[in-house]
Design a protein around this ligand. Sequence first.
Ligand code: N01
Length: 544
Amino acid sequence: MSKPSPGHSREAATVDVVLVGAGVSGMYAMHKLRQSGLTVQGFEAGSDVGGTWYFNRYPGARCDVESVDYSFSFSEEVQQEWDWSEKYATQPEILSYINFVAERFDLRSDFAFDTRVLSAEFDEEASLWRVTTDQGHDITSRFCIFATGCLSAANVPNIEGRDTFAGNTYHTGHWPHEGVDFTGRRVGVIGTGSSGIQSIPLLAEQADQLCVFQRSANYSVPAGNAVLDEATRREQKANYAERRRLSRLSGGGSPFTADPRSALEVSDEERIEAYNKRWTLGGVLFGKTFADQTSNIEANDTARRFAEDKIRSVIDDPAVAEVLIPKDHPIGTKRIVTDTNYYETYNRDNVTLVDLKSDPIEAIDEAGIKTMSEHYELDDIVFATGFDAMTGALERISVTGRGGVTLKQAWEAGPRTYLGLGVPGFPNLFIMTGPGSPGVLANVILAGEQHADWISDFITYLDDHGLRTVEATTSATDAWVEECSERASRTLFPSANSWYLGANIPGKPRVFMPFIGGFGTYRQICEDVSASGYKGFEMVAADD
Ligand code: N01
């Protein structure tokens, strides 16, 4: 089934491609690469497909992009056959959908599950990648593709005494498959990002006492979730082609477009009406009501004040409301959370909000969490403390390129990619939805599809032209890193201590990692690069 591969006269590769990760990006990459006639060996640390949706099983986990959009677009049959039950599907429903797609396209058969890739080393002599795993694999491939996810390397903060806690600890990103019953228990949650904010209302319903340990408040907008009736589904399915066309041209990978006007150029009434409308529709898109909300601080302030009033209107205790209102970042510069009953939860008698800004955690001990002024006795601690985002999963694998340089070394001062796809010094290596890509700021399923199509077409091009290796040039990479940074600097995003900048991980270099220029713009750039014969990549012929 595989075409004869350039380079095979030296040493035969075990497979054309080693693909790491069976999340949504890796799943589609598997499908696309096999369709292109390539042999693929996939490795996945989890026991099944799904990535994020396989691991993040905490109560309340849902997507914050509408499911009709946050779904594979490559198969019209799947689009027409699958019925989403809600506007924002729950994690179990998303995982069922993922399993449905995996079965339909036989995506599991070339993945080894429960298998963690330990190392990938580029053999310069043979022009092959040598890949080892914790299950004893030792194989070679012409190409190595990392679809390891941007939010997959859990961050469990190194709080003094953490391991002395006598109760149970959980991380939202590695939730037990059998679920957890918190009935009658005293539970502490550390962290109020998306994972914390989604899980807190449900934990509060179950637990006897819930203490929320908040270091930074986050903006959250009610999801406005709804059951999808048959008529809505029929209408969505009938218009899928147009939905996808608009999504591919858009900034965020959904058919949504912001009001192109400045928030400052419309009348107060018009502005409030627009915010009210978006707030009622719900979710993260509130942050994009007007085009300049995340680039002009005064425009941003109008949205921020609106959101603050909404928070105050829900919470009974004004002092609690003040703690829950963020003071440290413009709205939308950290991902706005899409919640269900979050703020209302603080009106419950069994919920206590601990403001770590005024009363920081000193230590965890056997019996609970000790802040500077209090000791909270707990049976369970939930770490909703996020991820070593974008680079963490990649850097935990020993990836060695030319000259024995590891990816970790190459990225010591921050990640450096060309288009988010290639890395200088690492021939025949591709990254999906990683740093330098718009993935985390867009609809990551569509971003993954775009990457997989582009990479697959590139490999076909190389084979058709008798080329053995390809490598992003240093100059193209420098220019891309500069472009990503320059585009970010034109926005308010760098002013927030977000995981986009690595600010949540002590010691991590502060670099704005994603491409913020929009999904549609990025697609066009990638298309221009391929149309030009892959400018910015250096290619070496098979017989050189
Ligand atoms: O992680 P986070 P997340 N002591 O990094 C706190 C996506 N996602 O898993 O802000 C005390 O956002 C930390 O505090 P601070 C989405 O893109 C989507 O919640 O660093 N607190 C913060 O409050 C999202 O942005 C969905 O001061 C500590 C929290 O832990 C991304 O994943 C659902 C601490 C971490 O928040 C990450 O979200 C879930 C410490 N030592 C996730 N260390 C959807 O809705 C960290 N914190 C689709």
